[in-house]
Design a protein. Sequence first.
Length: 77
Amino acid sequence: MSAQARPMTGPTAGLLALDLGLAAVLAVLWLAPGAPAQWRTWQAPQPQPPSLDDIDAAQLTPNPAAGAAYPGVLQRP
């Protein structure tokens, strides 16, 4: 018995070519020196002062409607 390799045809060959092309583009973008290399280094964003006006919106307040329905829930059969 001899194993014979079938040539790739149809969508498999196209997808393989697309995959190899995208891998080559990714390698060029990753390894190329110059101006595109600047986006590969992370820089911390500028600090922002806290906004203390929004502190009231963060305060938790009880919901009176939830407490009013609680005794009715306990009395259900």
